[in-house]
Design a protein around this ligand. Structure first.
Ligand code: ADP
Ligand code: MG
Length: 405
């Protein structure tokens, strides 16, 4: 795959001289940060998103405002762009395939189709475990239209998840015991679901890998994640926070998964660390995202190459040197809750937050704050973990953010 020129070609005709244009399906915050990275490198940019005021649509050179399966919108995107990527997994795989017939697309529709369906995903992750040794936890599938299956008591307590369209803990319900399964399934509308045994988590971590068209792979350092009410709240990245032996296993497993999908682009794989009586615990693969991921946002301020620049580089077939982390980092997610004091809207105390050293505020340009809605994040960087944690704690106090016990 030839590399796409990010800047004007000297001496070329006007038609040839234009920098390449990169497009993204989806106008959310991940699309916005991809556009920022692409523009920083000199690319022209296009967003396709039905929302007229999406975070990425606001800042792209061109915004195609149609649904993701609209033939005219898709045709316009393919016509305007030299390469197209996606910022969320619920793009119809057919849309990616249609565009791929005209311009390069990464990731390919087949990989996205697997990542957007928890049944296909779990099956694929189990297969990859034959090579990596790191597989998913126990799970059972529930198929729409079938009778509710009889599930062994040792699967409970469990979590029932819709196979498709779930995110940030949405489309999930807890199921305490086998007798509660049928009614839990009904509350999710009886659609295709998977039932997962609720594992006792010692920790959670994730890995961002980037794989080029030539199969070359690089990765970011392994992130340690803390979720609150099913939504990522805090990511910490410093050497040793995830035991090096587990981190290496996680990297190997994520690379195996990327390879097995013949993946091109940025892929995030999430893991659980569960107790198995051993000193470090055992890794279990949770899920994957065929795109940059919330847990990789720290890389924007703590690494020499961010996950969004990796997405640009893979799509444009530019070189992929191994990213280096130059600062210890903590990422705090900012949900819409921060804009509320009880029921009253408030202006969060940014002056106090930004007065602290090493603080990088990222807001996504969303015009309405809603409880539970991702509005932005703060990266805190420094040379040592203790003072960075100290500042994270002070910011959490100021903004009323949830903190690990
Ligand atoms: P989402 O697509 O919303 O990220 P996940 O399946 O990753 O959904 O679940 C969100 C979070 O809920 C996980 O990061 C973890 O904290 C918790 N969780 C999900 N599944 C399990 C499980 N089987 N056992 C224990 N905790 C779980
Ligand atoms: Mg998840």
């Amino acid at each position: 795959m030839t590399s796409l020129p990010p800047a004007l070609l000297p001496g070329a005709s006007i038609a040839e001289a234009r920098p390449a244009t990169l497009g993204v399906l989806g106008g959310g915050q991940l699309g916005r940060m991809f556009i920022h990275a692409a523009q920083q490198m000199g690319f022209r940019t296009v967003v396709l998103d039905p929302d007229g005021i999406s975070p990425a649509g606001q800042i792209a050179h061109h915004h195609i405002e149609t649904p993701y399966d609209d033939a005219d919108g898709i045709a316009a995107l393919a016509r305007l762009c030299d390469g197209v990527t996606t910022e969320f997994e619920n793009i119809p795989a057919k849309t990616l395939d249609t565009i791929a017939a005209q311009v390069r697309v990464s990731p390919h529709g087949g990989a996205v189709a697997i990542a957007q369906d928890r049944m296909l995903e779990k099956t694929h992750l189990a297969k990859a475990a034959d090579v990596s040794g790191v597989g998913p936890g126990p799970w059972v599938q529930l198929l729409a239209g079938d009778a509710c299956p009889a599930v062994a008591p040792e699967m409970f307590p469990a979590i029932l998840k819709t196979a498709r369209l779930g995110y940030d803990g949405k489309g999930q319900v807890s199921v305490a015991q086998a007798g509660d399964l049928a009614s839990a399934w009904a509350t999710l509308g009886g659609v295709d679901c998977i039932l997962e045994k609720r594992l006792a988590l010692r920790d959670e971590c994730s890995v961002i890998v980037a794989r080029g068209f030539d199969g070359h792979m690089v990765h970011l350092p392994v992130q340690r994640n803390w979720h609150h009410q099913g939504i990522l709240a805090v990511t910490e990245v410093a050497h040793g926070l995830v035991a090096p032996a587990l981190a290496q296993q996680a990297i190997n497993a994520a690379q195996t998964i990327a390879q097995s999908l013949n993946y091109v682009g940025v892929l995030c794989v999430e893991f659980f660390v569960v107790d198995d009586g051993s000193e470090l615990g055992r890794l279990v693969v949770n899920e994957m995202a065929p795109r940059p991921h919330n847990s990789g946002h720290y890389s924007m301020d703590a690494c020499d190459v961010s996950q969004f620049e990796l997405q640009v580089r893979t799509l444009a077939a530019l070189p992929l040197p191994m990213p280096q982390q130059h600062s210890v980092a903590i990422m705090l997610n900012l949900l819409g809750d921060v804009w509320f004091d009880k029921d009253q809207l408030r202006n969060p105390p940014w002056d106090d937050v930004l007065a602290m050293p090493g603080v990088h505020l990222h807001l996504y340009g969303k015009i309405e704050a809603r409880v539970g809605r991702k509005m932005g994040h703060i990266n805190i960087t420094g040379s040592d973990l203790a003072p960075v944690r100290d500042i994270a704690a002070r910011i959490s106090g100021l903004l009323g953010l949830p903190t690990p016990a």
